[in-house]
Design a protein around this ligand. Structure first.
Ligand code: GDP
Ligand code: ZN
Length: 320
């Protein structure tokens, strides 16, 4: 729907007011820059409106604003920070990002290496839901692995393994855990070292439990961030980068964990099924939906058993 001139004017006005506010904050900070500082490399750990917390290699955390026109920095961004005489900071540059996690075009985190889809025995995993999450994850270009939690509740371990063998064949790493009994937790931790991660999955599968077992002093950390920010109470609802004591970083917030399937296009959905992607260009019709068109190689692959019927069923259900 086209905007009326008045609506457009409102939007422009709000935008320019926002810019003016942020400029004012950065000009104020610029006037206090320590002149003998070349700038330090740091990482954005969280963001509050115009302000952000930046952690330097030394572990010191600074509250900072961004220099004008450098763009919007988010948790996970590598940045250059100049400190001010008042012990605050100005972000003067954002380093190029390895990855961007966006939701409805809005950037929410940067430089995530690894996405973990968490599912469980209870609530029992469903293939279609797994595939929906995988489609979103594939769309974000991140490396994707799967965690199956609460395995001590499984009554049939053979079935469990066969249920996930197709995902393993497709190249997803699958880790079977019990956070409660600490089964395979140690090995899982070693997979996190030196990388930045997010956990994704439906409610009740054990994400909070997993985060708490990885970062036992989470509450302390949140309080520490809260006192640094001086902007009122920091809570775990804010997208934040946490260091995992055994190695690696976790970027977490409820918004990240419960990522919904946005309105993905048919092309994004097809690309979200790894095993379709390479075939889809070979169908007889260029605009093949892979439903019941003649000469559809995806359909053929399903019939030949090269594509798992569960996956194809998910595809049909996910299509708008
Ligand atoms: P979230 O909604 O994904 O964050 O899930 P929670 O961490 O809140 O966990 C939901 C419930 O599952 C809680 O009652 C946890 O104690 C429980 N839970 C977590 N991990 C395990 C596990 O390995 N086995 C069992 N049986 N329960 C677990
Ligand atoms: Zn086709």
């Amino acid at each position: 729907m086209a905007l009326t001139r008045r609506q457009q004017w409102r939007i422009d006005k709000v935008q320019s007011e926002k810019i003016a506010r942020s400029n004012k904050a950065s000009i104020k900070a610029e006037s206090n820059v320590d002149n003998n500082e070349a700038g330090h490399k740091g990482i954005v750990i969280t963001r509050y409106g115009q302000r952000q917390l930046v952690e330097l290699k030394s572990g010191e955390i600074f509250q900072a604003v961004s220099r004008q026109n450098i763009g919007f920095s988010v948790a996970g961004d590598q940045v250059l920070l100049q400190t001010t005489k008042e012990g605050e900071g100005i972000v003067t540059a954002i380093f190029p990002r390895k990855t961007e996690l966006k939701r409805q075009e809005r950037l929410i985190a940067a430089n995530i290496d690894q996405l973990w889809l968490i599912v469980a025995i209870e609530p029992h995993y469903q293939f279609e839901l797994i595939d929906r999450y995988l489609v979103i994850a594939e769309d974000s270009n991140l490396s994707i692995n799967i965690v199956v939690n609460k395995i001590e509740l499984s009554k049939n371990s053979e079935q469990l393994e066969s249920d996930f063998s197709n995902y393993q064949e497709l190249g997803y790493d699958v880790h079977f855990l019990s956070v409660k009994n600490e089964t395979n937790l140690k090995e899982f931790k070693t997979k996190l070292v030196n990388k930045s991660h997010i956990f994704l999955g439906q409610s009740g599968v054990g994400k909070s439990s997993l985060v708490n077992s990885l970062i036992p002093d989470l509450e302390l950390r949140v309080n520490e961030i809260s006192s640094k920010s001086k902007l009122g109470k920091h809570t775990t609802t804010n997208t934040t980068l946490y260091h995992i004591p055994s190695g690696g970083d976790l970027i977490d917030s409820p918004g990240i964990r419960e990522f919904q399937l946005d309105n993905l296009s048919e092309k994004q959905i097809v690309n979200g099924f790894r095993e379709f992607k390479s075939l889809a260009g070979e169908c007889r019709f260029r605009n093949c939906h892979h439903i019941n068109e003649p000469g559809c190689v995806v359909k053929e692959a399903v019939e030949l058993g090269e594509i798992h019927p569960n996956r194809y069923e998910s595809y049909l259900n996910i299509l708008p």
